[in-house]
Design a protein around this ligand. Structure first.
Ligand code: NDP
Ligand code: 8X3
Length: 252
């Protein structure tokens, strides 16, 4: 039987590209997100294009009860998840610490950190009992170095880095692989969300250089997920060629 991957945040950007890449390779896909219309459109498109099975689940990863209910209620034929990609996440605002919004901080921490913890915990029992599985966490270069006005977003991605290291140690007895992938700037809906719909500000982030494409991250996740049983990429930082780290990009 084909393997099954669960990708959170598949309605756009990295998640959509990851689901597309795996569906094209014949994997069964569980895709999640809050926007029902986009999720259903992607599920239909993937199932039609690649003749693979796709299941869309509409929920908010911040909602602990719903996360656990959705995973518990998976039909038995969907309950064996080989790979979990914790991708759902966002930045909100890019303001100095004294001016940043408390509500934005709450949403980033609740989504990027608590959502990732809930999803991992809800999916893990099956992986633990089978002594097999792979968790792939999408961190960020912002989880490796802090940048100006990045405050809580950078903190949330540093937490993803720390959680990935902790999961890797604690889950070794169950032969569960844990991979953290830390991308640099990539042109997705990320900046549009960060700047709350101000498209001019969002576009300016990617001016003067070629950023990563969502497909670059999908290719990387696919590579990590298809290595032999005895090989695990633990930690991987990927940027476009113009970017050196979280705070320096060479722009023309
Ligand atoms: P997008 O905004 O294009 O995609 C984000 C996805 O996350 C959407 O599918 C969105 O779906 C989902 N999502 C957001 N909040 C929630 C929530 N509360 N519950 C469920 N799903 C949610 O951005 P990217 O694809 O760029 O971002 C994906 C991940 O990559 C994030 O974790 C981001 O921090 C990280 N990242 C992005 C980089 C970039 O430069 N683009 C670089 C490094 C890391 P919906 O709105 O339908 O819920
Ligand atoms: C997203 C990339 O540079 O905005 O994590 O932090 S950045």
């Amino acid at each position: 039987m084909s393997k099954t991957i669960l990708v959170t945040g598949a309605t756009s950007g990295f998640g959509k590209a990851i689901a597309t890449k795996f569906a094209a390779a014949g994997w069964r896909c569980i895709i999640t997100g809050r926007r029902k219309d986009k999720l259903e459109a992607l599920a239909d498109e993937l199932a039609a294009s690649y003749k693979t099975e796709v299941r869309g689940l509409v929920f908010d990863v911040q909602d602990k009860a719903q996360v656990f209910a959705e995973m518990k209620n998976l039909p038995v034929e969907w309950s064996i998840i080989d790979v979990l990609v914790n991708n759902a996440g966002l930045a909100l605002g890019r303001d100095s610490f004294d001016e940043a919004s408390l509500d934005d901080w709450d949403t980033m921490i609740d989504t990027n950190v608590k959502g990732l913890l809930y999803m991992s915990k809800a999916v893990l029992p099956g992986m633990v009992s089978r002594k097999k599985g792979h968790i792939i966490n999408i961190g960020s270069t912002a989880g490796k170095e802090v940048y100006l006005n990045g405050n809580a977003y950078c903190a949330s991605k540093h937490a993803v880095d720390a959680i990935s290291k902790a999961q890797r140690m604690d889950l070794l007895p169950y032969k569960i692989k844990v991979t953290a992938i830390h991308p640099g700037a990539a042109e997705t809906e990320f900046s549009t969300v960060r700047f709350k719909g101000d498209q001019q500000k969002a576009d300016a982030v990617y001016e003067g250089y070629e950023p990563l494409h969502a497909e670059d991250i999908a290719d990387t996740v696919f590579y990590c997920a298809n290595l032999p049983e005895h090989v695990c990429i633990n930690d991987l930082v990927i940027t476009c060629t113009a970017q050196a780290n979280s705070f320096y990009t060479h722009k023309s």
